[in-house]
Design a binder for this molecule. Structure first.
Ligand code: NAP
Length: 489
Protein backbone atom coordinates (compact mmCIF):
# COMPACT_ATOMS: atom_id res chain seq x y z
CA UNK A 1 0.00 0.00 0.00
CA UNK A 2 2.69 2.46 0.89
CA UNK A 3 4.98 1.70 -2.06
CA UNK A 4 3.81 4.61 -4.15
CA UNK A 5 6.86 6.83 -4.26
CA UNK A 6 8.04 5.63 -7.67
CA UNK A 7 4.64 5.91 -9.40
CA UNK A 8 4.76 7.88 -12.64
CA UNK A 9 2.75 11.06 -13.00
CA UNK A 10 -0.83 10.55 -14.12
CA UNK A 11 -1.99 11.24 -17.66
CA UNK A 12 -3.45 14.71 -18.26
CA UNK A 13 -7.07 14.40 -19.30
CA UNK A 14 -10.06 16.62 -19.95
CA UNK A 15 -13.01 14.96 -18.19
CA UNK A 16 -15.60 16.88 -20.20
CA UNK A 17 -14.72 14.91 -23.35
CA UNK A 18 -16.33 11.80 -21.82
CA UNK A 19 -19.62 13.58 -21.12
CA UNK A 20 -20.96 13.28 -24.66
CA UNK A 21 -24.47 12.23 -23.65
CA UNK A 22 -26.36 8.97 -23.35
CA UNK A 23 -24.92 6.14 -25.43
CA UNK A 24 -27.90 4.46 -27.14
CA UNK A 25 -27.83 2.41 -30.32
CA UNK A 26 -24.25 3.48 -31.05
CA UNK A 27 -25.15 7.17 -31.01
CA UNK A 28 -24.59 9.88 -28.42
CA UNK A 29 -27.73 11.71 -27.28
CA UNK A 30 -26.48 14.97 -25.77
CA UNK A 31 -27.37 16.16 -22.27
CA UNK A 32 -25.54 17.70 -19.34
CA UNK A 33 -27.56 17.72 -16.12
CA UNK A 34 -25.80 15.52 -13.55
CA UNK A 35 -22.68 17.07 -12.00
CA UNK A 36 -19.75 14.70 -11.52
CA UNK A 37 -17.72 15.88 -8.52
CA UNK A 38 -14.06 15.22 -7.80
CA UNK A 39 -14.18 13.96 -4.17
CA UNK A 40 -10.59 15.12 -3.62
CA UNK A 41 -11.36 18.78 -4.37
CA UNK A 42 -15.19 19.06 -4.51
CA UNK A 43 -14.83 20.60 -7.98
CA UNK A 44 -17.21 19.68 -10.79
CA UNK A 45 -15.34 17.61 -13.37
CA UNK A 46 -18.12 17.41 -15.97
CA UNK A 47 -21.89 17.13 -16.35
CA UNK A 48 -23.46 14.02 -17.82
CA UNK A 49 -26.85 13.41 -19.39
CA UNK A 50 -29.92 12.58 -17.32
CA UNK A 51 -31.96 9.75 -18.85
CA UNK A 52 -35.75 9.86 -18.60
CA UNK A 53 -38.05 6.84 -18.67
CA UNK A 54 -38.45 7.41 -22.42
CA UNK A 55 -34.65 7.32 -22.85
CA UNK A 56 -34.50 4.06 -20.91
CA UNK A 57 -37.14 2.58 -23.20
CA UNK A 58 -35.13 3.79 -26.20
CA UNK A 59 -32.08 1.99 -24.78
CA UNK A 60 -34.11 -1.22 -24.40
CA UNK A 61 -35.39 -0.70 -27.98
CA UNK A 62 -31.78 -0.52 -29.19
CA UNK A 63 -30.71 -3.57 -27.17
CA UNK A 64 -33.74 -5.55 -28.41
CA UNK A 65 -33.12 -4.54 -32.03
CA UNK A 66 -29.50 -5.71 -31.81
CA UNK A 67 -30.29 -8.93 -29.93
CA UNK A 68 -30.89 -11.36 -32.80
CA UNK A 69 -27.84 -10.22 -34.77
CA UNK A 70 -25.54 -10.50 -31.77
CA UNK A 71 -26.95 -13.81 -30.65
CA UNK A 72 -26.33 -15.21 -34.15
CA UNK A 73 -22.81 -13.80 -34.40
CA UNK A 74 -20.43 -16.78 -34.21
CA UNK A 75 -18.89 -17.21 -30.78
CA UNK A 76 -15.40 -16.94 -32.30
CA UNK A 77 -16.27 -13.50 -33.70
CA UNK A 78 -17.73 -12.34 -30.38
CA UNK A 79 -14.57 -13.64 -28.68
CA UNK A 80 -12.32 -11.65 -30.98
CA UNK A 81 -14.28 -8.46 -30.39
CA UNK A 82 -13.92 -9.01 -26.64
CA UNK A 83 -10.22 -9.58 -27.11
CA UNK A 84 -9.99 -6.23 -28.95
CA UNK A 85 -11.77 -4.59 -25.99
CA UNK A 86 -9.02 -6.02 -23.76
CA UNK A 87 -6.27 -4.71 -26.04
CA UNK A 88 -7.81 -1.24 -26.42
CA UNK A 89 -8.46 -0.90 -22.71
CA UNK A 90 -4.90 -1.95 -21.97
CA UNK A 91 -3.59 0.62 -24.46
CA UNK A 92 -5.65 3.30 -22.68
CA UNK A 93 -4.67 2.01 -19.24
CA UNK A 94 -3.16 5.20 -17.86
CA UNK A 95 -5.90 7.46 -19.20
CA UNK A 96 -8.67 5.36 -17.70
CA UNK A 97 -6.83 4.98 -14.39
CA UNK A 98 -6.48 8.76 -14.17
CA UNK A 99 -10.16 9.22 -14.96
CA UNK A 100 -11.15 6.73 -12.25
CA UNK A 101 -8.97 8.41 -9.66
CA UNK A 102 -10.45 11.81 -10.56
CA UNK A 103 -14.13 10.88 -10.38
CA UNK A 104 -13.89 8.24 -7.65
CA UNK A 105 -11.02 9.67 -5.60
CA UNK A 106 -9.13 6.39 -5.22
CA UNK A 107 -5.35 6.49 -5.34
CA UNK A 108 -3.65 6.05 -8.70
CA UNK A 109 -2.14 2.81 -7.46
CA UNK A 110 -5.61 1.44 -6.80
CA UNK A 111 -7.00 2.90 -10.03
CA UNK A 112 -4.24 1.29 -12.07
CA UNK A 113 -4.93 -2.01 -10.36
CA UNK A 114 -8.62 -1.64 -11.16
CA UNK A 115 -7.99 -1.03 -14.88
CA UNK A 116 -5.81 -4.14 -15.09
CA UNK A 117 -8.47 -6.18 -13.27
CA UNK A 118 -11.31 -4.71 -15.34
CA UNK A 119 -9.61 -5.32 -18.70
CA UNK A 120 -8.91 -8.90 -17.71
CA UNK A 121 -12.65 -9.67 -17.81
CA UNK A 122 -12.61 -9.00 -21.56
CA UNK A 123 -9.69 -11.34 -22.06
CA UNK A 124 -11.13 -14.05 -19.80
CA UNK A 125 -14.63 -13.96 -21.33
CA UNK A 126 -13.20 -13.72 -24.84
CA UNK A 127 -11.63 -17.05 -24.00
CA UNK A 128 -14.80 -18.44 -22.38
CA UNK A 129 -17.14 -17.38 -25.23
CA UNK A 130 -16.02 -20.31 -27.38
CA UNK A 131 -16.08 -22.87 -24.58
CA UNK A 132 -19.77 -23.01 -23.60
CA UNK A 133 -20.73 -26.66 -23.78
CA UNK A 134 -23.94 -28.62 -23.52
CA UNK A 135 -25.06 -32.08 -22.46
CA UNK A 136 -25.99 -35.23 -24.27
CA UNK A 137 -27.21 -38.13 -22.13
CA UNK A 138 -29.51 -41.07 -22.15
CA UNK A 139 -32.46 -40.81 -19.76
CA UNK A 140 -32.12 -43.20 -16.79
CA UNK A 141 -35.27 -44.99 -17.99
CA UNK A 142 -33.63 -45.58 -21.36
CA UNK A 143 -36.67 -44.16 -23.10
CA UNK A 144 -35.08 -41.09 -24.73
CA UNK A 145 -32.04 -38.85 -24.96
CA UNK A 146 -31.54 -35.73 -22.83
CA UNK A 147 -30.02 -32.83 -24.75
CA UNK A 148 -29.18 -29.61 -22.92
CA UNK A 149 -28.25 -26.50 -24.82
CA UNK A 150 -27.23 -23.15 -23.27
CA UNK A 151 -28.84 -20.12 -24.89
CA UNK A 152 -28.29 -16.40 -24.27
CA UNK A 153 -30.89 -15.22 -21.77
CA UNK A 154 -31.69 -12.04 -23.70
CA UNK A 155 -31.67 -8.31 -23.12
CA UNK A 156 -29.95 -7.61 -19.81
CA UNK A 157 -30.09 -4.58 -17.54
CA UNK A 158 -26.83 -4.00 -15.67
CA UNK A 159 -26.60 -1.65 -12.67
CA UNK A 160 -23.24 -0.83 -11.11
CA UNK A 161 -21.89 1.07 -8.07
CA UNK A 162 -19.30 3.85 -7.87
CA UNK A 163 -16.54 2.03 -5.99
CA UNK A 164 -15.11 0.17 -9.02
CA UNK A 165 -16.43 2.22 -11.96
CA UNK A 166 -14.61 0.13 -14.59
CA UNK A 167 -14.39 -3.35 -13.10
CA UNK A 168 -18.01 -3.65 -11.95
CA UNK A 169 -19.10 -2.77 -15.51
CA UNK A 170 -16.71 -5.10 -17.36
CA UNK A 171 -17.41 -7.95 -14.90
CA UNK A 172 -20.99 -7.87 -16.27
CA UNK A 173 -20.59 -6.66 -19.85
CA UNK A 174 -17.86 -9.15 -20.83
CA UNK A 175 -19.77 -12.33 -19.81
CA UNK A 176 -23.06 -10.93 -21.14
CA UNK A 177 -21.54 -10.27 -24.57
CA UNK A 178 -19.68 -13.58 -24.52
CA UNK A 179 -22.99 -15.33 -23.87
CA UNK A 180 -24.63 -13.50 -26.79
CA UNK A 181 -26.74 -11.00 -24.82
CA UNK A 182 -27.23 -7.31 -25.48
CA UNK A 183 -27.22 -4.91 -22.54
CA UNK A 184 -28.23 -1.58 -21.06
CA UNK A 185 -25.74 -0.39 -18.43
CA UNK A 186 -26.75 2.11 -15.78
CA UNK A 187 -23.61 3.16 -13.90
CA UNK A 188 -23.63 5.03 -10.59
CA UNK A 189 -24.29 8.74 -10.94
CA UNK A 190 -21.15 9.59 -8.90
CA UNK A 191 -18.79 7.87 -11.39
CA UNK A 192 -20.35 7.77 -14.87
CA UNK A 193 -17.39 9.09 -16.87
CA UNK A 194 -15.48 5.81 -16.80
CA UNK A 195 -18.54 3.96 -18.13
CA UNK A 196 -18.79 6.42 -21.01
CA UNK A 197 -15.03 6.20 -21.70
CA UNK A 198 -15.44 2.42 -21.98
CA UNK A 199 -18.32 2.92 -24.45
CA UNK A 200 -15.80 4.47 -26.86
CA UNK A 201 -13.76 1.29 -26.59
CA UNK A 202 -16.70 -1.00 -27.41
CA UNK A 203 -17.40 0.97 -30.57
CA UNK A 204 -13.76 0.93 -31.65
CA UNK A 205 -13.44 -2.80 -30.90
CA UNK A 206 -16.31 -3.57 -33.27
CA UNK A 207 -19.18 -4.18 -30.85
CA UNK A 208 -22.21 -3.57 -33.10
CA UNK A 209 -24.48 -0.60 -32.41
CA UNK A 210 -27.11 -1.34 -29.78
CA UNK A 211 -25.28 -4.31 -28.24
CA UNK A 212 -24.05 -2.12 -25.37
CA UNK A 213 -26.03 0.95 -24.32
CA UNK A 214 -25.08 3.24 -21.43
CA UNK A 215 -27.46 5.59 -19.66
CA UNK A 216 -27.05 7.78 -16.58
CA UNK A 217 -29.94 9.16 -14.59
CA UNK A 218 -30.77 11.14 -11.48
CA UNK A 219 -33.97 9.09 -11.07
CA UNK A 220 -32.72 5.49 -10.92
CA UNK A 221 -35.94 4.14 -9.40
CA UNK A 222 -38.45 5.01 -12.15
CA UNK A 223 -35.90 4.59 -14.95
CA UNK A 224 -34.91 1.12 -13.77
CA UNK A 225 -38.47 0.05 -13.01
CA UNK A 226 -39.48 0.95 -16.57
CA UNK A 227 -36.78 -1.35 -17.92
CA UNK A 228 -37.50 -4.19 -15.48
CA UNK A 229 -41.18 -4.19 -16.35
CA UNK A 230 -40.44 -4.28 -20.09
CA UNK A 231 -41.20 -7.83 -21.31
CA UNK A 232 -38.20 -7.68 -23.68
CA UNK A 233 -35.82 -7.50 -20.70
CA UNK A 234 -34.96 -10.94 -19.32
CA UNK A 235 -32.13 -10.30 -16.88
CA UNK A 236 -31.11 -7.95 -14.10
CA UNK A 237 -27.51 -8.01 -12.94
CA UNK A 238 -26.98 -5.63 -10.03
CA UNK A 239 -23.97 -4.71 -7.94
CA UNK A 240 -24.56 -2.37 -5.03
CA UNK A 241 -25.90 -2.20 -1.51
CA UNK A 242 -28.04 -4.92 0.04
CA UNK A 243 -30.75 -2.31 0.71
CA UNK A 244 -31.17 -1.34 -2.95
CA UNK A 245 -30.74 -5.00 -3.91
CA UNK A 246 -33.82 -5.88 -1.85
CA UNK A 247 -35.82 -3.10 -3.55
CA UNK A 248 -34.79 -4.33 -7.00
CA UNK A 249 -35.54 -7.98 -6.19
CA UNK A 250 -39.07 -6.96 -5.18
CA UNK A 251 -39.44 -5.04 -8.44
CA UNK A 252 -38.02 -7.91 -10.49
CA UNK A 253 -40.49 -10.31 -8.87
CA UNK A 254 -43.31 -8.60 -10.78
CA UNK A 255 -42.04 -10.01 -14.06
CA UNK A 256 -40.21 -13.03 -12.55
CA UNK A 257 -36.97 -11.65 -13.92
CA UNK A 258 -33.74 -13.61 -13.60
CA UNK A 259 -31.54 -11.75 -11.08
CA UNK A 260 -27.84 -11.81 -10.24
CA UNK A 261 -27.10 -9.80 -7.13
CA UNK A 262 -23.65 -8.75 -5.90
CA UNK A 263 -24.45 -6.96 -2.66
CA UNK A 264 -22.85 -5.62 0.49
CA UNK A 265 -20.27 -7.31 2.70
CA UNK A 266 -19.05 -7.30 6.29
CA UNK A 267 -15.88 -9.35 5.99
CA UNK A 268 -14.26 -10.83 9.09
CA UNK A 269 -10.44 -11.00 9.18
CA UNK A 270 -9.45 -13.72 11.65
CA UNK A 271 -5.88 -13.86 12.96
CA UNK A 272 -4.90 -16.89 15.05
CA UNK A 273 -1.99 -16.91 17.51
CA UNK A 274 0.05 -19.11 15.17
CA UNK A 275 -0.25 -16.69 12.21
CA UNK A 276 2.85 -15.26 10.54
CA UNK A 277 2.51 -11.75 11.99
CA UNK A 278 4.20 -9.86 9.15
CA UNK A 279 2.18 -11.74 6.53
CA UNK A 280 -1.03 -11.05 8.47
CA UNK A 281 -0.20 -7.34 8.64
CA UNK A 282 0.62 -7.21 4.92
CA UNK A 283 -2.66 -8.97 4.17
CA UNK A 284 -4.59 -6.74 6.56
CA UNK A 285 -3.37 -3.61 4.80
CA UNK A 286 -4.51 -4.92 1.43
CA UNK A 287 -7.81 -6.30 2.70
CA UNK A 288 -8.58 -3.12 4.62
CA UNK A 289 -7.03 -0.33 2.58
CA UNK A 290 -7.47 -1.26 -1.07
CA UNK A 291 -9.71 1.53 -2.36
CA UNK A 292 -9.34 3.25 1.05
CA UNK A 293 -11.71 0.68 2.50
CA UNK A 294 -14.44 1.36 -0.07
CA UNK A 295 -14.66 -2.24 -1.26
CA UNK A 296 -17.38 -4.83 -0.73
CA UNK A 297 -14.65 -7.34 0.15
CA UNK A 298 -12.97 -4.95 2.62
CA UNK A 299 -12.05 -6.42 5.99
CA UNK A 300 -14.63 -4.89 8.29
CA UNK A 301 -14.07 -6.77 11.56
CA UNK A 302 -10.63 -7.94 12.72
CA UNK A 303 -10.92 -10.85 15.17
CA UNK A 304 -7.47 -11.31 16.69
CA UNK A 305 -6.55 -14.05 19.18
CA UNK A 306 -5.32 -13.09 22.66
CA UNK A 307 -1.69 -14.17 22.19
CA UNK A 308 -1.03 -12.04 19.09
CA UNK A 309 -3.53 -9.24 19.67
CA UNK A 310 -1.22 -6.55 21.10
CA UNK A 311 1.54 -7.10 18.50
CA UNK A 312 -1.00 -7.10 15.66
CA UNK A 313 -2.65 -3.91 16.95
CA UNK A 314 0.69 -2.12 17.26
CA UNK A 315 1.87 -3.28 13.83
CA UNK A 316 -1.36 -2.31 12.12
CA UNK A 317 -1.39 1.12 13.77
CA UNK A 318 2.16 1.81 12.60
CA UNK A 319 1.36 0.81 9.03
CA UNK A 320 -1.85 2.84 8.95
CA UNK A 321 -0.01 5.89 10.35
CA UNK A 322 2.54 5.65 7.51
CA UNK A 323 -0.07 5.99 4.75
CA UNK A 324 -0.13 9.30 2.94
CA UNK A 325 -3.63 10.73 2.69
CA UNK A 326 -4.29 12.94 -0.31
CA UNK A 327 -5.97 13.56 -3.64
CA UNK A 328 -6.49 10.39 -5.63
CA UNK A 329 -4.64 11.70 -8.65
CA UNK A 330 -1.53 12.63 -6.62
CA UNK A 331 1.00 9.84 -7.35
CA UNK A 332 2.18 9.93 -3.71
CA UNK A 333 -1.27 9.22 -2.28
CA UNK A 334 -1.93 5.89 -0.60
CA UNK A 335 -5.37 6.75 0.85
CA UNK A 336 -7.69 8.96 -1.17
CA UNK A 337 -10.96 10.60 -0.11
CA UNK A 338 -14.31 8.91 0.41
CA UNK A 339 -16.85 9.22 -2.38
CA UNK A 340 -19.12 11.84 -0.74
CA UNK A 341 -19.49 13.97 2.38
CA UNK A 342 -22.36 11.68 3.42
CA UNK A 343 -19.99 8.71 3.36
CA UNK A 344 -17.59 10.52 5.73
CA UNK A 345 -20.50 11.45 8.02
CA UNK A 346 -21.44 7.78 8.24
CA UNK A 347 -17.89 6.70 9.12
CA UNK A 348 -17.61 9.42 11.73
CA UNK A 349 -20.89 8.30 13.34
CA UNK A 350 -19.78 4.64 13.40
CA UNK A 351 -16.48 5.57 15.07
CA UNK A 352 -18.31 7.77 17.61
CA UNK A 353 -20.68 4.92 18.43
CA UNK A 354 -17.74 2.53 18.93
CA UNK A 355 -15.82 4.87 21.24
CA UNK A 356 -18.95 5.65 23.23
CA UNK A 357 -19.27 1.91 23.85
CA UNK A 358 -15.66 1.66 25.04
CA UNK A 359 -13.45 1.18 21.95
CA UNK A 360 -10.00 2.81 22.08
CA UNK A 361 -8.60 4.85 19.17
CA UNK A 362 -5.04 3.67 18.48
CA UNK A 363 -4.59 5.65 15.28
CA UNK A 364 -6.47 8.37 13.36
CA UNK A 365 -10.10 8.88 14.25
CA UNK A 366 -10.17 12.67 13.73
CA UNK A 367 -11.85 14.03 10.63
CA UNK A 368 -9.78 16.75 8.95
CA UNK A 369 -11.18 20.12 7.89
CA UNK A 370 -10.80 21.69 4.44
CA UNK A 371 -11.88 20.65 0.98
CA UNK A 372 -12.42 17.06 -0.04
CA UNK A 373 -14.19 14.14 1.59
CA UNK A 374 -11.30 12.79 3.65
CA UNK A 375 -11.14 10.48 6.65
CA UNK A 376 -7.80 9.32 8.05
CA UNK A 377 -6.60 5.70 8.29
CA UNK A 378 -7.92 4.67 11.71
CA UNK A 379 -7.42 1.74 14.08
CA UNK A 380 -9.87 1.04 16.87
CA UNK A 381 -9.02 -1.51 19.57
CA UNK A 382 -11.12 -3.56 22.00
CA UNK A 383 -14.40 -3.19 20.14
CA UNK A 384 -17.39 -4.51 22.05
CA UNK A 385 -19.35 -7.04 20.00
CA UNK A 386 -22.49 -4.88 20.07
CA UNK A 387 -20.90 -1.84 18.37
CA UNK A 388 -22.69 -0.78 15.19
CA UNK A 389 -19.38 -1.32 13.39
CA UNK A 390 -19.82 -5.05 13.92
CA UNK A 391 -23.01 -5.11 11.85
CA UNK A 392 -22.73 -2.29 9.30
CA UNK A 393 -20.36 -1.94 6.37
CA UNK A 394 -17.79 0.70 7.31
CA UNK A 395 -16.83 1.41 3.70
CA UNK A 396 -13.90 3.49 4.82
CA UNK A 397 -10.33 3.34 6.19
CA UNK A 398 -11.25 2.17 9.69
CA UNK A 399 -9.91 -1.10 11.10
CA UNK A 400 -11.95 -2.35 14.07
CA UNK A 401 -10.18 -4.89 16.29
CA UNK A 402 -12.03 -7.44 18.43
CA UNK A 403 -10.25 -9.85 20.78
CA UNK A 404 -11.06 -13.59 20.87
CA UNK A 405 -9.83 -16.65 22.77
CA UNK A 406 -11.11 -19.80 21.11
CA UNK A 407 -11.66 -20.92 17.53
CA UNK A 408 -15.36 -21.51 18.17
CA UNK A 409 -15.68 -18.01 19.58
CA UNK A 410 -14.05 -16.47 16.49
CA UNK A 411 -16.25 -18.43 14.09
CA UNK A 412 -19.44 -17.58 15.98
CA UNK A 413 -18.53 -13.89 15.94
CA UNK A 414 -17.54 -13.98 12.25
CA UNK A 415 -20.90 -15.53 11.34
CA UNK A 416 -22.95 -13.13 13.48
CA UNK A 417 -24.01 -10.97 10.52
CA UNK A 418 -26.62 -10.95 7.78
CA UNK A 419 -23.80 -10.69 5.23
CA UNK A 420 -21.61 -13.45 3.79
CA UNK A 421 -19.40 -12.13 1.02
CA UNK A 422 -15.70 -12.45 1.86
CA UNK A 423 -13.66 -13.63 4.86
CA UNK A 424 -9.93 -13.70 5.63
CA UNK A 425 -8.16 -16.28 7.79
CA UNK A 426 -4.54 -16.20 8.97
CA UNK A 427 -2.99 -19.31 10.52
CA UNK A 428 0.08 -21.37 9.67
CA UNK A 429 -1.83 -24.55 10.41
CA UNK A 430 -3.32 -25.52 7.05
CA UNK A 431 -5.67 -28.09 8.59
CA UNK A 432 -7.09 -25.46 10.91
CA UNK A 433 -7.28 -22.93 8.07
CA UNK A 434 -9.31 -25.21 5.84
CA UNK A 435 -11.51 -26.34 8.70
CA UNK A 436 -12.29 -22.74 9.71
CA UNK A 437 -12.82 -21.83 6.03
CA UNK A 438 -15.50 -24.50 5.80
CA UNK A 439 -17.29 -23.20 8.90
CA UNK A 440 -17.25 -19.48 8.06
CA UNK A 441 -20.37 -18.41 6.19
CA UNK A 442 -19.00 -16.56 3.17
CA UNK A 443 -18.95 -17.01 -0.58
CA UNK A 444 -15.21 -16.32 -0.74
CA UNK A 445 -12.41 -17.11 1.69
CA UNK A 446 -8.86 -15.75 1.53
CA UNK A 447 -6.54 -18.10 3.42
CA UNK A 448 -3.29 -16.34 4.37
CA UNK A 449 -3.96 -13.77 1.62
CA UNK A 450 -5.29 -10.21 1.64
CA UNK A 451 -6.63 -10.24 -1.92
CA UNK A 452 -9.05 -12.66 -3.51
CA UNK A 453 -10.66 -10.98 -6.54
CA UNK A 454 -9.69 -12.78 -9.74
CA UNK A 455 -11.55 -12.74 -13.08
CA UNK A 456 -10.93 -16.49 -13.36
CA UNK A 457 -12.61 -17.27 -10.00
CA UNK A 458 -16.29 -17.22 -8.94
CA UNK A 459 -17.02 -13.97 -7.10
CA UNK A 460 -20.15 -13.69 -4.99
CA UNK A 461 -21.76 -14.00 -1.62
CA UNK A 462 -24.07 -16.08 0.53
CA UNK A 463 -26.81 -14.90 2.92
CA UNK A 464 -27.76 -11.27 2.18
CA UNK A 465 -24.56 -10.59 0.24
CA UNK A 466 -26.10 -11.77 -2.97
CA UNK A 467 -27.31 -14.31 -5.46
CA UNK A 468 -25.21 -15.83 -8.23
CA UNK A 469 -21.56 -15.55 -9.18
CA UNK A 470 -19.51 -13.30 -11.46
CA UNK A 471 -16.18 -14.28 -12.98
CA UNK A 472 -14.74 -17.71 -13.62
CA UNK A 473 -16.56 -20.27 -15.66
CA UNK A 474 -19.68 -19.47 -13.63
CA UNK A 475 -20.16 -15.85 -14.69
CA UNK A 476 -21.16 -16.56 -18.29
CA UNK A 477 -23.92 -18.97 -17.21
CA UNK A 478 -25.62 -16.12 -15.32
CA UNK A 479 -26.42 -14.76 -18.80
CA UNK A 480 -27.60 -18.07 -20.26
CA UNK A 481 -30.59 -20.36 -19.87
CA UNK A 482 -30.41 -24.12 -20.09
CA UNK A 483 -32.78 -25.51 -22.71
CA UNK A 484 -33.63 -29.19 -22.35
CA UNK A 485 -34.70 -31.15 -25.41
CA UNK A 486 -36.12 -34.64 -24.89
CA UNK A 487 -35.31 -36.48 -28.11
CA UNK A 488 -36.55 -39.87 -29.18
CA UNK A 489 -33.92 -41.65 -31.23
P1 NAP B 1 -26.11 1.62 -4.11
O1 NAP B 1 -26.50 2.87 -3.43
O2 NAP B 1 -26.91 0.40 -3.85
O3 NAP B 1 -26.10 1.96 -5.66
C1 NAP B 1 -25.73 1.01 -6.63
C2 NAP B 1 -26.39 1.35 -7.95
O4 NAP B 1 -27.80 1.25 -7.79
C3 NAP B 1 -26.10 2.73 -8.47
O5 NAP B 1 -25.98 2.69 -9.87
C4 NAP B 1 -27.34 3.50 -8.06
O6 NAP B 1 -27.62 4.61 -8.87
C5 NAP B 1 -28.39 2.44 -8.27
N1 NAP B 1 -29.65 2.70 -7.58
C6 NAP B 1 -29.86 3.38 -6.44
N2 NAP B 1 -31.18 3.37 -6.15
C7 NAP B 1 -31.80 2.66 -7.11
C8 NAP B 1 -33.14 2.28 -7.36
N3 NAP B 1 -34.15 2.62 -6.55
N4 NAP B 1 -33.40 1.55 -8.47
C9 NAP B 1 -32.42 1.20 -9.30
N5 NAP B 1 -31.12 1.51 -9.11
C10 NAP B 1 -30.81 2.23 -8.02
O7 NAP B 1 -24.60 1.21 -3.79
P2 NAP B 1 -23.32 2.12 -3.86
O8 NAP B 1 -23.32 3.04 -2.70
O9 NAP B 1 -23.19 2.71 -5.23
O10 NAP B 1 -22.17 1.02 -3.72
C11 NAP B 1 -21.71 0.56 -2.51
C12 NAP B 1 -22.35 -0.77 -2.18
O11 NAP B 1 -22.10 -1.70 -3.21
C13 NAP B 1 -21.77 -1.40 -0.93
O12 NAP B 1 -22.80 -1.95 -0.17
C14 NAP B 1 -20.85 -2.49 -1.49
O13 NAP B 1 -20.61 -3.55 -0.60
C15 NAP B 1 -21.61 -2.92 -2.68
N6 NAP B 1 -20.73 -3.59 -3.64
C16 NAP B 1 -20.84 -4.94 -3.78
C17 NAP B 1 -19.99 -5.60 -4.65
C18 NAP B 1 -20.07 -7.08 -4.83
O14 NAP B 1 -19.49 -7.57 -5.79
N7 NAP B 1 -20.76 -7.82 -3.97
C19 NAP B 1 -19.04 -4.88 -5.38
C20 NAP B 1 -18.96 -3.50 -5.20
C21 NAP B 1 -19.82 -2.87 -4.33
P3 NAP B 1 -27.27 6.11 -8.35
O15 NAP B 1 -25.80 6.18 -8.30
O16 NAP B 1 -27.83 6.97 -9.40
O17 NAP B 1 -27.91 6.27 -7.01
Amino acid sequence: MSAVTSSPRPATIDCTRYARGLYIGGRWLPGADIAVVNPSTEEVLARVANASVADATAAVDAAAAAAAGWRDTPARQRAEILRRCFVLMTERHEEIATLISLENGKSLVDARGEVTYAAEFFRWYGEEAVRVGGEFRTAPSGSNRILVDYEPIGVSVLITPWNFPAAMATRKIAPALAAGCTVVLKPASETPLTAYALAEIYAEAGVPDGVVNVITTSTPGPVTNAMLSDPRVRKLSFTGSTGIGRVLLAEAAKTVLSCSMELGGNAPFIVFDDADLEAALDGAMIAKMRNAGEACTAANRFYVQDGIYDRFAAGLSARMAALKVGAGSDPQTACGPMITRKAVDKIEALVADATTRGARILQGGVRPGGKGFFYPPTVLADLPRDANLAYEEIFGPVAALYRFSTEDDAIAAANDTEYGLAAYIYTQDLKRGLSVASRVEAGMIALNRGLLSDPAAPFGGVKQSGLGREGGIHGILEFMEAKYIAADF
